[in-house]
Design a binder for this molecule. Structure first.
Ligand SMILES: Cc1cc2nc3c(=O)[nH]c(=O)nc-3n(C[C@H](O)[C@H](O)[C@H](O)COP(=O)(O)OP(=O)(O)OC[C@H]3O[C@@H](n4cnc5c(N)ncnc54)[C@H](O)[C@@H]3O)c2cc1C
Length: 440
């Protein structure tokens, strides 16, 4: 009997999973493997650990078991392949800086045992590196990328396997424990939950998505980011459903464009892996920044005195998620009002976000900080009071998270209370610092 290994990573589903289709085609039995890698597990905060554990339980329930190992994947995957005398190990390609290096090392270790690591598909509709301009280069800015991405197109979803002969008889390590801090509520995890959420969004909310998606007070976005992060659904499945949806076509186009942002940032990071930590526009590295101190702690705790900023930072701590508009407002505040480098904020986000994704997060930060792929100039600085009035006009969003303002009516609710800085002064300061590097 021939055996293959399906090594699940960020593709915790059975439907539309081309790597799984390959694993089934390659052998009689398939071993479903997940490796808890300390390099990824240790830096993740409690919300992401808990969500991942719940998603793995859902996958294990569907399969009827999961072989789990804890440790360095280079050792773990090669050891398991030897143990079961595997024909091949199957994965979806990982284009992240760490994932790419890890897979190359696993591939080398497996080749010593004569076992190929077979990469099929990726977590994207169009794999990073495929969308190219006429000169064969990747795109620097989003709009032409999105156009070329649409023109490139994507495959139809892969068939869902009917009967898989899973081999779950091998020993598993104990799963690491994940403790959710009191007061945090996470969304339901797993492939079925992802499908439910997606169907509900397409059925009830897609048509209003265009005008409402920027309003954190309305629950108008899809909340699919966490399901996409863990591959509980593939974006190609979603794009197929969008094409068939009986919804306003402008809304369909807008939603498709949001998915393109995710693909764009993955493409940028694959081409420039240094930008996971370094400035996309290197000139910003020499700008004057402040060390994170008390102001940074106040920002993290949602105690800046700017209501919309505090609401967002508290939403992050209670839900492991934050609305996109508010992510931009709080990121701009950290960089341009507190003059703290984006990397500090990005790390805090990655600790708390259940959808925490290196490419979308770190490039979302760089975009907002003005040092990334944004074509808009650095001197666009978000005014947190005006942003609050515009996108949370009645103050419902603020009231939901900032309990001390529960009885404050709009528009007063948007006014700063004991603010830690003066926005007008800090805006001028940010622009002055920028001017000092601009002339260099
Ligand atoms: C500072 C900052 C940090 C961010 N960090 C992350 C992160 O760690 N993980 C993450 O998935 N997204 C991140 N985003 C992008 C965006 O905020 C979230 O994808 C979105 O809020 C998720 O909610 P939703 O699924 O309801 O979005 P919807 O509005 O329903 O959007 C649909 C999908 O499109 C994609 N998408 C939408 N906007 C963006 C965007 N700007 N960039 C990339 N993809 C996008 C997501 O996959 C999202 O699920 C960040 C944005 C900023 C400004």
């Amino acid at each position: 009997m021939a055996t293959s290994v399906m090594w699940f990573r960020r593709d915790l589903r059975l439907a539309d999973n081309p790597a799984l289709v390959e694993a089934i085609g390659a052998a009689d039995d398939v071993v479903p493997l997940f490796v808890f890698d300390p390099r990824l597990w240790d830096p993740a905060g409690p919300p992401r650990r808990c969500y991942l554990s719940a998603s793995l339980r859902a996958l294990s329930d569907r399969i009827g078991g999961l072989v789990v190992r804890c440790g360095d994947p280079v050792e773990m995957v090669a050891a398991l392949a030897r143990e079961v005398n595997a024909e091949s190990v199957h994965v979806a390609a990982d284009f992240g800086p760490y994932g790419g290096r890890r897979d190359a090392a696993v591939e080398a270790a497996l080749s010593e045992a004569g076992v190929p690591l077979v990469r099929t598909g990726s977590p994207y509709a169009v794999s990073p590196g495929r969308v190219r301009n006429q000169q064969g280069d990747g795109y620097q800015v989003f709009t032409p990328f999105a156009k070329a991405w649409r023109e490139h197109g994507w495959r139809s979803p892969a068939a869902t396997p009917r009967a898989v002969s899973w081999d779950v008889s091998l020993r598993s390590d104990d799963w690491p424990t994940a403790q959710l801090p009191a007061g945090i509520q996470l969304p339901a995890a797993g492939e079925a939950a992802a499908r439910r959420r997606w169907r509900a969004f397409v059925g009830d909310k897609l048509t209003d998505y265009g005008p409402s998606r920027d309003r954190p007070d309305l629950d108008a976005t899809s909340h699919m980011s966490v399901h996409l992060k863990w591959g509980e659904i593939h974006p190609r499945t979603m794009l197929g459903d969008l094409a068939a949806a009986h919804a306003d076509q402008r809304a369909v186009t807008t939603y498709r464009t949001e998915l393109a942002w995710r693909e764009f940032y993955a493409d940028v990071l694959a081409r420039r892996p240094d930008t996971a930590r370094e400035y996309y526009k290197p000139e910003f590295a020499v700008m004057a920044y402040d060390e994170p101190g008390e102001a940074f702690e106040a920002w993290k705790a949602g105690r800046t005195g700017f209501p919309i900023v505090d609401a967002g930072m508290r939403q992050l701590r209670t839900e492991g998620w934050m609305h996109n508009r508010v992510r931009m407002i709080v990121a701009s505040f950290l960089v341009k009002d507190l003059h703290i480098e984006w990397q500090h904020g990005a790390r805090h986000f990655l600790h708390w976000l259940v959808d925490g994704d290196l490419a979308s997060n770190n490039h979302g930060w760089q975009w907002t900080a003005g040092c990334g792929t944004d074509a808009a100039p650095y001197f666009r600085v978000f005014n947190p009071v005006e942003q609050g009035k515009k996108f949370d006009p009645d103050g419902h969003y603020i009231r939901r998270y900032v309990s001390e303002l529960a009885d404050t009516p709009a528009p007063q609710i948007h006014e700063p209370r004991n603010p830690i800085v003066d926005h007008a002064e800090e805006r001028a300061e940010a622009l002055a610092r920028y001017e000092r590097v601009r002339g260099r």
